[in-house]
Design a binder for this molecule. Structure first.
Ligand code: XLS
Ligand code: NI
Ligand code: NI
Length: 437
């Protein structure tokens, strides 16, 4: 290792639930087998470069507060390089195998797109070298199409066609570098793709343009031989009042409507799910039952606040719900669990980077173990299967097989009485989790 950025922080090891060492895992034991795979294989944790490395702790009411060792370097490119080195120390010490980034998180923006490309290339070649040395993979890359003033009215959905072209040039490059780094996925989060008031908006043109943009992106991925998954990330609001990629249901309708559904999958984030008025579990379930589950932005929102706080997950019931859904799929790969999570503004010391990730990793490890035990016991799955048993035989099976219409169903039911229904047992089923905690 070159320079050490976090000399106070040791390599984080599993010490078990009895340990009171803050710099140890209590539940995440990477090589422990759960439900046939190691925790590491199930969870595929990833560090989000923007929150963990680039984020400064500022909020709409206050300036940056984070203490970060690389901030003393004034040259922008030198600072970017130091920060990239620091990432690998974070990954090594936390034993995390993946990271994710936006182009502008890792390299400073230049005067022109050409200069930005050049800056990016320089940092990407450093990242590539470090990835090889540290055996780390890129979960996904993406482009920041929301920070610079040019994107005030959106990128692919801007009213200005030159901005659409700029976004195309920027995403083209971001896809190339994602491929260069062997990225497993590429993410499209519609930064400012939406509107603040429909009165000044040509919504039809904007949505058509968003589809044109995604189609060009998918074509370009094919052209350069990028084989990773292409993922769209839903979010209902913020920064715009109405984001077009509202939720999983809206993205599905959009992709199906524009004939793009077989080219994209979905990257789902907990905080965005709850902002849309859904649970994370609902969004994951809807995506997976449509074959669209791509990857997860593993964070948690504050139920008291109406914005995207992107907190580290510490809620066990949340984690159990996520892992229960994941265990009912073939797993997340090539997706993973990206900690799209930032430390609270009050947690501004460098050590908090580690404590925050340990908290979330332990929470998901517990979620995984609890969900695996629940799935093994099978009480919930059996209850749900029994609840729908009328669809397995008789009239239910016939309806499913397409053997009925309104005439035949009326005839079947006309004189049948009484029809019995049974309890949904909501309280029992929700409390089943508690038995396995
Ligand atoms: C912001 C999004 C963003 C995406 C990547 O709300 O979550 O961080 O994950 O652009
Ligand atoms: Ni996200
Ligand atoms: Ni978020």
């Amino acid at each position: 290792m070159s320079k050490e950025f976090f000399p106070n922080v040791p390599k984080i090891k599993y010490e078990g639930p009895e340990s009171d060492n803050p710099f140890a895992f209590k539940f995440y034991d990477p090589d422990k087998k759960v439900a046939g795979k190691t925790m590491r294989e199930h969870l595929r944790f990833s560090v989000a470069y923007w929150h963990t490395m680039t984020g400064d702790g500022s909020d709409p009411f206050g300036v940056g507060v984070n203490i970060r060792p690389w901030l003393s370097i004034t040259d922008k490119m030198e600072q970017a390089k130091a920060r990239m080195h620091a990432l690998f120390e974070v990954l090594d010490k936390l034993d995390i195998d993946f990271f994710c980034f936006h182009d502008r998180d890792i390299a400073p923006e230049g005067e022109t797109l050409r200069e930005s490309h050049r800056n990016l290339d320089e940092i990407v070649s450093l990242a590539k070298q470090l990835m090889g040395e540290h055996k780390v993979d890129l979960l996904w890359g993406t482009a920041c199409l929301f920070q610079h003033p040019r994107f005030t009215h959106g990128a692919a959905t801007s009213c200005n066609a030159d901005i659409f072209a700029y976004a195309a040039g920027q995403v083209k490059k971001a896809m190339e570098v994602t491929k260069e780094l062997g990225g497993h996925n590429y993410v499209f989060w519609g930064g400012r793709e939406g509107y603040d008031t429909i009165w000044n908006t040509d919504m039809k043109l904007e949505l058509d343009n968003m589809a044109r943009f995604l189609e060009m992106a998918a074509d370009y991925a094919k052209k350069i031989g990028f084989n990773g998954q292409l993922l769209v990330e839903p979010k209902p609001k913020e920064p715009t009042a109405h984001q077009y990629d509202y939720d999983v249901g809206n993205i599905l309708a959009f992709l199906l409507g524009y004939g793009l559904a077989d080219r994209f999958r979905i990257n789902i984030e907990q905080n965005h799910a709850i902002l849309a008025g859904h649970t994370f579990q609902h969004e994951i379930r809807l995506a997976r039952q449509n074959g669209m589950l791509g990857s997860l932005d593993a964070n948690q929102g504050d139920y008291l606040l109406g914005w995207d706080t992107d907190q580290m997950t510490t809620s066990i019931p949340e984690a159990v719900a996520v892992m229960y859904e994941v265990l009912h799929t073939d797993g997340l790969a090539p997706g993973g669990m990206n900690f799209d999570a930032k430390l609270r503004r009050g947690s501004f010391e460098p050590d908090d980077i580690f404590l925050g990730h340990i908290a979330a990793m332990d929470t998901y490890a517990r979620g995984l173990e609890i969900a695996a035990r629940m799935k093994d016991a099978g009480t919930v799955d059996t209850f749900v299967a029994d609840r729908y048993s009328s669809w397995k035989s008789g009239i239910g099976a016939e309806i499913v097989a397409g053997k009925h219409d309104f005439d035949s169903l009326e005839k079947y039911i006309l004189d049948k009485a009484p029809i019995e229904i049974t309890s949904g047992r909501r309280e029992w089923v929700e409390a089943e989790i508690n038995r396995f905690i």
